[in-house]
Design a protein around this ligand. Structure first.
Ligand SMILES: [Zn+2]
Length: 194
């Protein structure tokens, strides 16, 4: 896409070659959009895969984080990576596919510090920066992988809080508090009617 863009900018206005470069750029845009959408479809389909080998592998709940995407995109270093990933489209696909399969989506509040909190001891590392992929718990000294620890925090939201939240019908999308102090608020996006 970048190459096609560069080629177009070097062609003279009104020339046949510019027209051709314009068509090539349009084709490149179309291809990239298709590749991206296809990759997202594969990823979201895998997450709600219900034809797993064993019953334990069939998800009943998928927890996602309500990231402040527009705020993050304002950070120039993150902007391209996040726009490329298509978070909005990812969430849209995941939500409708989960609904089709009777899988609940639990959305963790965007202010929930899933990366900064050590899932085992509960200590919060306020000094954690975005580029730190590994960190050490300031309280107990455990060595942690940033993404794995965040995923373990989110997984805990599904098992600890969902049963109490689940029976509440929350069609208007308000935040549902799990009713435990110190616990993050959890928003239920879709509720399965059995
Ligand atoms: Zn600790």
């Amino acid at each position: 896409m970048r190459r096609a863009q560069r080629r177009l900018s070097r062609r003279h206005k009104g020339s046949k070659n510019r027209e051709k470069a314009q068509r090539q750029l349009a084709t490149a845009h179309y291809r990239v959009a298709n590749i991206r959408r296809d990759a997202l479809h594969k990823a979201t389909a895998t997450l709600v895969q219900t034809k797993a080998k064993s019953a334990e592998q069939v998800p009943t709940v998928v927890v996602i984080e309500d990231l402040h995407v527009t705020g993050m995109v304002k950070n120039r270093r993150l902007a391209r990576a996040i726009s490329d990933a298509g978070f909005g489209e990812f969430r849209r696909q995941l939500t409708y596919k989960a609904a089709q399969r009777g899988i609940d989506i639990v959305v963790a509040d965007r202010f929930y510090p899933s990366s900064k909190t050590f899932h085992a001891c509960g200590a919060v590392n306020h000094d954690l920066t975005l580029d730190q992929r590994e960190w050490e718990c300031p309280t107990c000294g455990a060595a942690l992988d940033r993404d794995l620890n965040a995923a373990q925090n989110l997984a805990a939201l599904a098992t600890n809080n969902v049963p109490s939240v689940r029976r509440e019908r929350n069609a208007c999308g308000d935040s549902v508090s799990p009713g435990m102090t110190g616990q993050p608020s959890v928003k239920q996006e879709s509720i399965t009617m059995l």
